[in-house]
Design a protein around this ligand. Sequence first.
Ligand code: ZN
Length: 304
Amino acid sequence: MSELRHDALSGRTVLVAPGRAARPHTAPLPTASDARRDDCAFCPGNEHETPPEVARVGPGAPDTPGWRVRVVPNKYPLTGGAVPGAHEVVVLSPAHDVDLAALDTEQARAAMRALRDRAAFHLDAGLAHVSAFVNHGRLAGASLEHPHAQLVALALTPPAVLAEAERFRVEGCDLVAVSLDEAHAHGLVVAAHGPGRAPAWCPWAAATPYETLVAHLDAGDDFARATDAELDPVTNSIADVLRRVARALGPVPYNVVFHSTPGGHWYARITVRTFVHAGFEMEAGILVNTVPGEDAAARLCDPS
Ligand SMILES: [Zn+2]
């Protein structure tokens, strides 16, 4: 049975149409390897193929191997000219094939801390807003295979962020907490709050199959200003969710987007890119989701 649901946090209206999706298969976790690639600009030894690095975690001189996390300007930036700002790439680790789901805990934390630190750097330098995200896989928008995060720092606050800030203001409550409460009420919690873990849940009005949110309960409104104590549990839970997704669906493309909203509550949204939005969605502005949040949560909690 189809059903319309509204998501107060994102402002989206979703048509849940579960009959349209076939049940996904169960896949083994992809195996990670440490192999480097001669033709990859992000692999160690090829540092000269990127613009000079702006930050690194780990020993060694700039633009030489030895790093654990490396930050470089994007070679093809979205910013520049009449659009002031910065566009940078955070190489998550030296390993060519190891994505956020497969990184060891310490490495994942170091990579996400580096992303946050660069976001803070650009805010401190006077820019207004930083978009921070991971695109993994070509269908998720990644043009290079080697796992990396990106940030786009702008002198303006983007329209979608202003609109979300307005929803927080109008509702007068923490819409992230509302989304989590709703998830609790409907049994959509994928990973509960616990030591070293931030809660992860499928929103009741998930707009896409397996969409999952992760947030620290006490977080402020800006990812760039997160403390390690807030960020590390979120990183752990993001990696946990991505492993659950990989077990349930196999190696799928995904986006992890950190949402920072003035006056709001920063959180991460994981979008699994197995869907196509087509004519109806483009005309109606109603998103069709074939895997309701309750089915997605059940599947991620028990992928066998
Ligand atoms: Zn590589």
